[in-house]
Design a protein around this ligand. Structure first.
Ligand code: TRP
Length: 370
């Protein structure tokens, strides 16, 4: 059994630097290493609709945004199959069969679902006026996510650590399916997390724990150099570092967290030859005598040098949007074929392959002849 990589994103907004260091950059590296049999990246529009059912236009707009973000980040459609979840009807069949193997109680224990329910007021503990009914489709999305992973027998799922409970639940479903139907049709996936801690959960530009559209603290891949400059120059640092001479704190200082996530050794020679590595900069900042503005200017140069090739590719793809839709269409066709093959094996294992099973038909005929 070879290596099959799969991952995806909900099209609820443009992708930002958190997505980039948390997963997107890693996907491009995996693509370049070439150590896989198949590589699928998909836009999870069905999942996006589980809590945006009343806002299909938002999902529709963001499908193309996310596709452009993928392509401009460097995903190559000749190496990676890029597809749209809603275009693979087999995923719904797989989800339905999986839902018989999962209890309501198990779903209620999923920490990601719990946290998201609280965030959206979908739970009984929420304040009365914030309380909304819990959509069944939202509650069961971990089952649908397991189908996303299993349709291609993915072995490797590169995602952020917030997705760990989803992968664990998927692994349970795989064990349950193979155990219940006494087969080895499905494969337990492994999660692939970023090794660099600063990349696992990049804080927002305001220093809050997470970069997120609703907090308004994002730098987007599609931001212009002017946008990025404004955001970096007003970034949260160490509130106790008032004068340049003051000793500064590096821990919890967003500028340094971003440098941990983005800076590469070659950046010093290119943009800040006074220092030879990040450790030297940190030491100086801690001692005192190094101002925030200098650090921010360096970070801005680093970010722009990462974002420049992304902007250039985006500009090219934006010239031919129909071609981008065509990439998604072709990818979806390819994914459908793989899904149909897996579903066929699953139905065999589940004994619901009535019309393909000549032996069944013959034995039933025999039984009723008597
Ligand atoms: N839940 C993921 C997110 O919010 C998106 C997603 C849907 C996904 N299905 C997946 C990720 C399957 C990896 C594998 O980002």
């Amino acid at each position: 059994m070879g290596r099959i990589i799969l991952t995806g994103d909900r099209p609820t907004g443009k992708l930002h630097l958190g997505h980039y260091v948390g997963s997107l950059r890693n996907r491009v590296l995996l693509q370049e290493e070439g150590n896989y049999d198949r590589f699928f990246v998909f836009i999870a529009d069905v999942q996006a609709l589980t809590d945006n059912a009343d806002n299909p236009e938002k999902v529709r707009q963001n499908v193309i945004e996310v596709a452009l973000d993928y392509l401009s980040a460097g995903l190559d459609p000749s190496k990676v199959t890029i597809f749209v979840q809603s275009q693979i009807p087999q995923l719904h069949e797989i989800t339905q069969f999986f839902s018989n193997l999962v209890t309501v109680q198990r779903l209620q224990r999923n920490p990601t679902v719990k946290a998201e329910m609280a965030l959206r007021g979908f739970n009984s503990d929420a304040e009365e006026e914030n309380r909304r009914g819990l959509p069944v489709g939202f509650f069961t999305y971990p089952i649908s996510q397991a189908a996303d992973i299993c349709f291609c027998k993915a072995t490797t799922v590169p995602v952020g650590d917030d997705q760990e409970p989803m992968i664990e639940q998927c692994r349970e479903i795989v064990r349950s399916f193979n155990g219940t139907y006494k087969c080895d049709v499905l494969v337990e996936p492994e999660i692939l997390l970023p090794t660099n801690l600063a990349c696992r959960r990049l804080p927002g530009t305001d220093g809050k724990a997470k970069m997120s559209k609703s907090l308004g603290n994002c730098i987007y891949l599609s931001d212009t150099p002017e946008d990025v400059k404004k955001k970096v120059m007003s970034m949260y640092t160490d509130p106790g570092h008032l004068k340049v001479e003051d000793p500064g704190k590096v821990e919890g200082n967003t500028v340094f967290t971003y440098l941990d996530a983005f800076c590469e050794p070659a950046d010093f020679a290119a943009f800040w030859p006074e220092y030879s590595c990040l450790q030297e900069v940190k030491d100086h900042y801690r001692r005192g005598g190094l101002g925030d503005v200098k650090c921010k200017k360096f970070l801005l140069n680093v970010l722009n040098s990462r974002l420049e090739p992304i902007r250039a590719r985006r500009a090219e793809y934006e010239k031919d949007i129909p071609a981008v839709y065509e990439i998604l269409k072709k990818g979806s066709e390819a994914a459908r074929e793989v899904a149909a093959a897996t579903l066929h094996e699953m139905k065999d294992a589940m004994k619901i392959n009535y019309f393909d099973d000549a032996a069944l038909i013959a034995s039933q005929a025999e039984k009723y002849r008597k």
